[in-house]
Design a protein around this ligand. Structure first.
Ligand SMILES: [Zn+2]
Length: 98
């Protein structure tokens, strides 16, 4: 996965990021650096990653969000499949079942 010397978050930090993202996607603090350093880099199709295919996706349904911290240069890919959520946070913008 990381054949370069890229810093990574450990699993606990990744979990903290996921919880923060689910709580407020616009305000995700870095577990190491604090708030205002993380940026959403991309949304990826969650199903494609397992096949080695990386596709951009809309941030809905089965997707993975990629976050990057400008402070410590760590990136995190958060799998936010619907069945991992409780489903109580639905803002009902333009969400349609396929
Ligand atoms: Zn950081």
């Amino acid at each position: 996965m990381s054949d370069r010397n890229m810093p990574e978050y450990d699993s606990g930090e990744g979990l903290a990021l996921a919880l923060s993202y689910l709580d407020d996607p616009s305000d995700v603090p870095c577990p190491r650096c604090g708030p205002d350093t993380m940026e959403v880099v991309a949304y990826l199709d969650g199903g494609g990653i397992e096949d080695g295919i990386v596709r951009a996706a809309e941030p809905e349904g089965d997707y993975t969000v990629v976050l990057y911290c400008h402070e410590c240069s760590r990136a995190a890919a958060l799998d936010l499949s619907p069945d991992t959520q409780t489903g109580e946070r639905r803002d009902g913008e333009d969400r349609r079942a396929a």
